[in-house]
Design a protein around this ligand. Sequence first.
Ligand code: FRU
Length: 484
Amino acid sequence: KPWTSAERYRPYADYSADYATALTTAVDTSAYKNTYHIQPKTGLLNDPNGFSFFNGKYHLFYQVFPYGPVHGIKSWALMTSPDLIHWTDEGLKLFPDTIFDSHGAYSGSALPLSEKELFLFYTGNTRGENNSRDAYQNGAIYTQTGDIHKFDAPLLRTPEGYTDHFRDPMIFDTHGHKFAIIGAQTCEEKGTVVLAQATNDSLTAWDYKGQLQFAQEEMGYMIECPNLVFIDKKPVLLFCPQGLDKSIADYDNVFPNMYVIADDFDVESATLTQAGKLHNLDDGFEVYATQAFNAPDGRVLASSWLGLPDLDVPSQADGWQGMLSLVKELTLKNGQLYQYPVVETISLRHEKQNITLSEVATTIDSNSYELEIELRQDEENELYLFANDDNSSHVSLKIDVKNGKIELNRANLPVSWSENYGVTRSTQFTPGKAKLNIFADTSSLEIFVNDGEKVMSSRIFTVPENTYLFAKNSLPATIWQLKK
Ligand code: FRU
């Protein structure tokens, strides 16, 4: 049953130990639990936050409401890892416990200040009378010893001209200065990105620098989760426009996660110069709020929420929803953005098998594998995953190499959900060759086409026995089981 607003904002302390134990049991025994992805221990996970390298480890926080599979009052949970593969759950770190974040420690980012201090920049969501919203951009220090020290007062308040949809500060370091971009809605209800600059080294003082210029067209009514990274010195802006007119850039999901590649970042005019066209970051069913950062080893690393706002997900019946994608490296090849799981992901592989997929069922132990196939020239084929033994239920992937087209169809699954936005997604790739690296986990599917030229990421809900694979025409493939 839907949660009321009062229930969503109920303090954590009001939940009994019995309630928490029952929820944990439900999630632990959920047949939809993934085996090698980050997902919430209980409740709802949404945006990745504060993705950074600090104190010798990668830090990846995420938005969580731990007491139910709904958008309740959010905290930041933390995962750390030496290698982006083995993650340690450090628990909840940033709580909604001050007057400037009383109704949610919303999304934000991180930047190490020293070996001892990681600066966190986040939105404090507060609600006043009649459910009116006030947003504050707050700062906190996460220490080497795992403690949080919040600053007493917000670092930025919403300037004139914007509504209270003003959030998700993303901090970055360029041209010798520290900047932040914030997702915003103007009083005319237009989506935009606002730029701010730190005026001291401790990042406690900030000035607004106006709106970031990156497109001529209107960006819908709100932009969430903007981030700016530099790949081969080129600025790449990732963002989530809401209400974007489809004549500007077409998309199928309720809200897209998009990007533009520019030539340079002109600080004075707050402009991404020569910004290119808008593109969908991912052509699958569920990707949102991707957070990327320039890591100290020179790579640009990204993590996405495999979910979307306002979506009912079958795993809610088991007390959880939402998961993070694999960690992807972003690169540019011939001016195009590529995304591919970080090279460390190979270490998950074990038990390699060379198989031939066909109309005869291939049986596998579980839906936790990487499958690699390669089609050439004018081959056409259809691949069926998450199938039952007679292939009457499955996810299908139609591949047309000549025309460089892939269609993913999830109409034929035993669990139906989220059909309002259609049951197919398609993508175009450079014709002539289709090498697919397909990462299946129990309730997720991430498909990388031609080493990351295109990506399709989706949630898949089926029954546990649907672990068969088929292909329309005989298709050689390599499959690896992936370690938990
Ligand atoms: C995006 C978002 C952000 C906000 C957060 C709250 O999914 O709506 O704009 O900060 O989620 O959890």
